[in-house]
Write a protein that binds this ligand. Structure first.
Ligand code: ATP
Length: 252
């Protein structure tokens, strides 16, 4: 579980995160949603440790970020897997090399054990047979699966995904959402996903934080999102492509 406790973050005089508290639960797909500019990326980067927060604390299974030594923070990073927007694969490495890269850098296991783990992950994301291909030779959906396999190869406690569906067609996006959701359950990971995508919210939104101009606008799960009394959230939900399409179908 990751608990954020009253966190604040400003850039010069721009106060972006204004006292956010939330619990991201273990074994669940936790979603951060909100309008563009509401602070989703700044929040995710703060949790990953890429931004220094100005106030408050972040607890990683009860371990306080503020109280950690530099060595403990470095150790914590090895427990984190990340799927970046646009996949961020190494163009000059094959699928297998991309997935194995974190092990090459950080794992102290034997070469044989590393190869076994990489093969397991390739199999888990259904990329068996594509090991020797380069990113430019595979589809966007396959690239995303490589990014997911690379993120889980070190068996992380925490998985962070920044807009994992960006650039994917709706059908592939559903496959990727399902994969992240299944992996979260199988490995009992605390997964946090930043998304705009209402389809994802309705598919895998088990624990949702809606950010409204840097504040907590609403918390809940997908089954309650349509019944919220929060005006700003309703605007966000009802302005989504998905809702508009459903409305058009109903009106036809
Ligand atoms: N490094 C930075 N320096 C200064 N301002 C920043 C920085 N990063 C983000 N911001 C500002 O913080 C605010 C929130 O940005 P953020 O990227 O978190 O929004 P978001 O909710 O992720 O939006 P989007 O959905 O468009 O990605 C914006 O006004 C942005 O300009």
């Amino acid at each position: 579980m990751i608990t954020i406790d009253n966190i604040h973050k400003s850039f010069d005089d721009h106060h972006v995160l204004k006292g956010i508290s939330f619990e991201f639960e273990t074994g669940k797909t936790n979603l951060i949603i909100g309008q563009s500019g509401s602070g989703k990326t700044v929040l995710l980067k703060s949790i990953v440790g890429l931004h220094t927060i100005d106030k408050g604390d972040i607890l990683y299974d009860n371990r306080s970020w503020q109280e950690m030594t530099q060595d403990q923070r470095i150790e914590l990073r090895t427990e984190m897997g990340m799927v970046f927007q646009g996949s961020a694969l190494f163009d000059n490495m094959t699928v297998e090399e991309n997935i194995g890269f974190p092990m090459l850098m950080y794992s102290k296991e034997s070469t044989k054990a590393k190869q076994k783990r990489v093969a397991e992950c390739i199999d888990r994301v259904n990329l068996t047979g594509s090991e020797d291909l380069y990113p430019s030779e595979i589809s966007g959906g396959m690239q995303k699966r490589v990014a997911i396999a690379r993120a889980i190869v070190m068996k992380p406690e925490y998985l962070f995904c920044d807009e994992p569906n960006s650039g994917l067609d709706p059908k592939t996006a559903i496959v990727i959402d399902k994969l992240i959701h299944e992996i979260t359950k199988e490995y009992n990971i605390t997964t946090i996903i930043n998304t705009h995508d209402m389809n994802s919210v309705l598919q895998i939104g088990e624990n949702i934080l809606y950010l409204d101009k840097g504040e907590v606008g609403w918390k809940g799960d997908k089954s309650h999102i349509f019944n919220s009394e929060n005006e700003s959230l309703n605007e966000f939900v009802f302005a989504s492509d998905l809702y508009q399409k459903l409305k058009e179908i109903k009106e036809d």
